[in-house]
Design a protein around this ligand. Structure first.
Ligand SMILES: [Zn+2]
Length: 319
């Protein structure tokens, strides 16, 4: 077995590329670049190529010493063809990584989605180590999840299983980016909380979050955290509301799949402990009594690196 693999977490704002030791899961070195999706798919491929070359050069490694390049991207993937079919938050459609990268790299290339690679990372070296049956849920701009059963990721008939963000929690509810109404993501994501806070501020509600806001910049998880710590009524109310919806979605998963463990991660979970604690307490109380008694909850343990570590192990997946 070759010692190293390259793991890439391709997100809407940044591309994180890491050299990962496949024995220990250690991130030996990494390169972070801005995605700048408005510059198109070729620019993304160029940045990925540069990042890999930088890692090889800086660590005196040759291509032959790398076992694979694993890429995780938020979107619908054809894993077999290594084709990113549609990724609205990257403005990428039909981007075939194998075709685009293989002229420069004679290394096997694999593709997965962003939550899938994070779940693999957590399963190998993080919060889900030692568990075969669990669900990973990441709350950020959206809400995504991955289902692991008997140590294998459940991808579903079209590879899109685990879309908890599009579980419908209100039939006549808010419009979701996917086109449907009332999806969990429109209530429980950081973006949803942001919209609620902004809407209330426009109506004249007072909040200490105003002290942290900068014109044209988004509300961050850290601003939400600081406001809750200060006992801010509006922010606490919006976060509690999001948590109520998220706990409903999680209770449905507990009743439907009956996993041993639920791992919660993402910026909002990391930064706002109140959101995590309130969500798991309510999820337990909303679940059926038998699974509720046994279900375990953990916070994701690998932070920003869970994705790149997991991507370095995509090669082990049976397609
Ligand atoms: Zn939706």
């Amino acid at each position: 077995m070759k010692k190293y693999a390259i793991g890439i977490d391709l997100g809407g704002t940044k591309i994180l590329t890491a050299l990962v030791d496949r024995q220990t899961g250690e991130v030996v070195d990494y390169v972070k670049k801005k995605t700048k999706k408005e510059k198109g798919a070729d620019n993304i491929i160029r940045k990925i190529t540069e990042s890999i070359n930088e890692l090889l050069d800086n660590n005196n490694l040759k291509q032959e010493e790398i076992s694979s390049i694993g890429i995780g991207a938020a979107g619908q993937n054809d894993r077999e063809k290594c084709n990113l079919i549609a990724a609205p938050n990257l403005d990428c459609y039909n981007l075939n990584f194998r075709e685009k990268l293989s002229p420069n790299f004679n290394i096997p290339i694999f593709l997965g989605n962003d939550v899938e690679i994070a779940a693999i990372g957590e399963m190998k070296f993080g919060a889900a180590k030692g568990y075969d049956d669990f669900v990973c849920i990441f709350v950020g701009t959206g809400v995504g999840s991955t289902i692991v059963k008997d140590g294998k990721i459940i991808t579903g008939a079209t590879g899109t299983a685990g879309e908890i963000g599009h579980v419908i929690v209100d039939l006549n509810g808010r419009q979701c980016a996917c086109g449907a109404h009332g999806c969990l993501e429109a209530y429980a994501s950081r973006s949803a909380i942001e919209k609620r806070i902004e809407g209330a501020l426009k109506k004249g509600r007072k909040s200490c979050i105003l002290e942290y806001l900068e014109p044209g910049k988004a509300i961050t998880s850290s601003m939400i955290h600081k406001s809750i710590e200060r006992g801010d009524e509006l922010v606490t109310q919006c976060v509690t509301e999001a948590s109520e919806y998220l706990s409903g979605g999680i209770a449905s998963i507990i009743n439907f799949i009956n996993p041993k463990l639920i791992v919660l991660g993402g910026g909002l979970i990391d930064a706002v402990d109140f959101f995590y604690q309130h969500t798991i307490k309510k999820a337990r109380s909303k679940s059926l009594p038998v699974p509720a008694e046994k279900i375990e909850f953990k916070k994701a343990a690998l932070g920003d690196f869970s994705g790149v570590i997991g991507a370095a192990f995509l090669e082990d997946r049976k397609i």
